[in-house]
Structures are given as structure tokens and as C-alpha cells.
Design a protein around this ligand. Structure first.
Ligand SMILES: Cc1cc2nc3c(=O)[nH]c(=O)nc-3n(C[C@H](O)[C@H](O)[C@H](O)COP(=O)(O)OP(=O)(O)OC[C@H]3O[C@@H](n4cnc5c(N)ncnc54)[C@H](O)[C@@H]3O)c2cc1C
Length: 392
């Protein structure tokens, strides 16, 4: 550990903050420079599509208010010289380092051409602006993309009594993430709560500039819209690393212990990191969940201090929870890797059930709707990579 005297952490959100806190907890006394493109102290994003839209503004992350002069706010890393161990910032500053934590996260995908009136939701500014628009009595809210953020925005807008249309390109929203049975249930759940669901269609054009009036769909329809939110997933913020020699492939590719492949003295954590997951035979995975950024930020810092030879692999089971129209939907593991799925508890008809996803008979993923105990049981089986019967 003692050879590290200057550590740069790029990205001042959850993973970056956890890295800084962990470095100090582990006894590192050298210099830290935390570089953050946003002007806010690191904050929690999950409330941005839920409580904050309803008026609750508590998005503080514990410890974020204690950052001192190590935090370079509103500054962006624009280039990495991995050989010379220097990070260049947008204001011309060059930060030499002995160790670097990459935690630059991800940004929302947009519709082609980034139409001006179409909103996305990633930052506190996005959330406040969307809240104001929702409260201004928007006519019809159209959400493009039925993933978790799209579904949460649709839920909140319906909760405010607004008319909502949800457009999804797949046969059912979230099919790739939660499998067919739960996705079918989710589609019906949205509709029972008054969401107009248009599945299997894509947006091909937008009528109106700053204020959208209508969306054109690939089936020839044109649907009226007053407020449009795109929830089309995210892409990792890696442009500043191009040409650095790091392996970039849908994120910063790392070792199991989160050390970046292609240069020494660099770790990556959170939404930007793609690592070989030991539970899944070393398949490269990138996970866009709060718990993952929280834990990886801490482990990446410890592994940076320990060095690659002594690094601990990151092998936690990914897990995620959301609420849509009063139902609690939880996932664990990676259902999309499965070759078989089985309903192991409850019944979709009763809005309470759990599905296990198996590969060659071994559980690799789980989805539970209003069935938290089942999720815990299944998550244990995934972590142990043992047949379900043994997990009872
Ligand atoms: C609306 C919303 C709701 C969510 N809800 C949930 C939920 O219910 N449950 C859940 O598990 N997860 C949820 N998530 C996901 C979760 O918030 C993310 O997984 C988490 O924020 C990832 O943290 P991170 O630190 O890796 O990256 P980010 O939070 O993306 O932060 C990266 C930071 O780096 C900055 N940055 C980018 N490039 C540079 C650069 N070149 N130089 C300097 N700084 C840079 C960015 O501005 C940003 O501040 C939600 C996300 C959103 C947006």
C-alpha cells in the first residue's frame, strides 16, 4: 500500500464516494483528488425517478457533505495518459497519480437525433425539471422504453393522476431482464393501473421541437404527446479513456478483482466497470445497480491498495428492487443467462410469485413479485450455485 502517494478518483457519485471513504478507512493517508463533472456533492440517484418526482428531496449520501478540498467539483476528466500516469481535466489541469479509480458511471441513451423536447432522467436537474413538467398539468405523458426507469416514471405519473402511454419495442416490457412470465404479468399490471401500453413498436420521429406534440411510430401510427421521457437504458462514460491503452468494451474491462486490463495502477467500479464474474464462469458483466456501485467502489479502493496479485475478486450476486403501481419487483443474478425458467412459488394471477432461472439445472437468476422471502431463498441458491431443492 505504501507506494501509493497520489490517488485520483474520476467520477464523484456513489462508486467514487465509496472509494474515497474506503481509502481513508483503510488507513491511506496520501493525497486524493476526486474529480466530478457535476457541481453537486455525490447524491443518490434511485429517488430521482420515485420519491423526488413526488416532492421528497432527500437524496443525500452519507458522508458526501464531508468532502473537503480533495473534491474537484464541476470538472471533467478528458484524457488518460496511462503510461505517464496523468489524468487531464477539461480546464487544462493535469493530475499525476500513482493510483486511479475510474468511476465515471453511465449516461442515458437517447432517441436518434436527440430530439430537443424528449427528456431523459439521470441527474438531479433532470428530475427537478421532470417534476415541474408533471406538475404543470401535462396532458399525455409518453414514456419511451419500459425498463425500470420508464416503468417507475409511468407509475409516478399515474400516481399523479396523469394520462400515460408506455411504448416498448419488445413484446412485453422488461422481457430481457425478468423473463417471459414476469414480463407478461408486468404488462397486464401496467394496464390494470391505467397505463396505455403499446408493445412491439418503435418511435421513428417526433413532431414539434422544444415542445413535443406527437410521436410517429414504425407501424405508421402517430400518437399525441405533451411530455415525453425516454428510458432507453444507459451507456458507460468511457470516451475520455479512448487511446489510453485500457481495454474498453461496453465499459472498462477489468480483472475479477476490478483492476483495469491494459495498464497498471488503475481500478474501475460501478456502472462503468465490466468484469469477469466468477459465479458465471468468468462471463464479462456490467451491472447498473446501486448495490453494485456501492460495494464495488469500496472493493476497488481496497484492491488498488492491495495490488493486483492480492486483490479480492468481486463475485456478489447482482440484485435489484423496484416498485411499480404498488407491487414490489425484485431480481437477483442474471436471468438472461438461463436456458430454463420455473415458477417456484405463488401465482402471477394473485400478483405474488417467484421465478427461478436455471442454466444446466443450476440457478443463475431469480425474479420475485411481492415475494421477498422467496427472493432471499433463491438468491442464496444462486450464490452457492446449488440446485434449488438443496436451498429449501
Ligand atoms: C433515475 C434513476 C433511478 C435509479 N433507481 C435505482 C434503483 O431503484 N435501484 C438500483 O439498484 N439502482 C438504481 N439506479 C441506478 C444507480 O443509481 C446506479 O447504478 C448508480 O448511480 C451508479 O453509480 P456510479 O457511481 O457507478 O455512476 P453514476 O451514478 O453514473 O456517476 C458517475 C459520475 O461520474 C461523472 N462523470 C462522468 N464522466 C466524467 C468525467 N469524464 N470526469 C468526471 N466526472 C465524470 C458523472 O457526472 C456522474 O456524476 C437508478 C438510476 C437512475 C438514474
Amino acid at each position: 500500500m505504501s507506494e501509493l502517494r497520489r490517488i485520483v478518483v474520476a467520477g464523484a457519485s456513489l462508486a467514487g464516494l465509496r472509494a474515497v471513504q474506503t481509502l481513508r478507512e483503510e488507513g491511506y493517508t496520501g493525497e486524493i483528488r476526486l474529480v466530478g463533472a457535476e457541481s453537486h456533492a455525490p447524491y443518490n440517484r434511485p429517488p430521482l425517478s420515485k420519491a423526488m418526482l413526488r416532492g421528497d428531496e432527500d437524496i443525500a449520501l452519507p458522508g458526501a457533505g464531508e468532502l473537503g478540498e480533495e473534491w474537484l467539483r464541476g470538472r471533467q476528466a478528458v484524457r488518460l495518459d496511462a503510461g505517464g500516469r496523468v489524468v487531464a481535466l477539461d480546464d487544462g489541469t493535469e493530475l499525476p497519480y500513482d493510483g486511479l479509480v475510474i468511476a465515471t458511471g453511465a449516461r442515458p441513451r437517447h432517441l436518434p437525433g436527440r430530439p430537443a423536447g424528449v427528456r431523459t432522467l439521470r441527474t438531479v436537474e433532470d428530475s427537478l425539471a421532470l417534476r415541474a413538467a408533471l406538475r404543470s398539468g401535462a396532458g399525455r405523458v409518453v414514456v419511451v422504453g419500459g425498463g425500470f426507469i420508464g416503468g417507475e416514471v409511468a407509475t409516478t405519473a399515474r400516481g399523479l393522476g396523469l394520462d400515460v402511454t408506455l411504448i416498448d419495442a419488445g413484446p412485453y416490457p422488461m422481457l430481457d431482464v425478468i423473463g417471459e412470465e414476469a414480463a407478461r404479468w408486468l404488462a397486464a399490471h401496467h394496464e390494470r393501473h391505467g397505463v396505455e401500453l403499446l408493445s412491439g413498436v418503435r418511435v421513428t420521429g417526433v413532431e414539434g421541437a422544444e415542445e413535443v406534440r406527437a410521436l410517429r411510430l414504425d407501424d405508421g401510427r402517430e400518437i399525441p404527446a405533451s411530455l415525453v421521457v425516454a428510458g432507453l437504458g444507459v451507456e458507460p462514460n468511457t470516451e475520455w479513456l479512448e487511446g489510453s491503452g485500457l481495454t474498453l468494451d461496453d465499459g472498462v474491462v477489468t480483472t475479477p478483482g476490478l483492476h483495469a486490463v491494459g495498464a497498471d495502477g488503475i481500478v474501475a467500479a460501478g456502472d462503468v466497470a465490466r468484469w469477469p464474474h466468477e459465479l458465471y464462469g468468468g462471463a464479462l458483466v456490467r451491472v447498473e445497480h446501486w448495490g453494485n456501485a456501492n460495494e464495488q467502489g469500496a472493493l476497488a479502493a481496497r484492491n488498488l491498495l492491495a495490488g493486483p496479485a492480492a486483490a479480492t475478486p468481486y463475485a456478489a450476486v447482482p440484485s435489484f428492487a423496484t416498485h411499480m403501481h404498488g407491487a414490489r419487483i425484485q431480481t437477483a443474478g442474471l436471468p438472461h443467462l438461463a436456458d430454463e425458467s420455473r415458477t417456484v412459488a405463488g401465482d402471477p394471477g394473485e400478483d405474488s410469485f417467484a421465478v427461478a432461472f436455471l442454466r444446466e439445472g443450476v440457478p443463475v437468476g431469480a425474479v420475485a413479485v411481492n415475494a421477498p422471502r422467496e427472493l432471499i431463498r433463491l438468491k442464496r441458491a444462486i450464490a452457492a450455485a446449488r440446485p434449488l431443492e438443496a436451498a429449501a
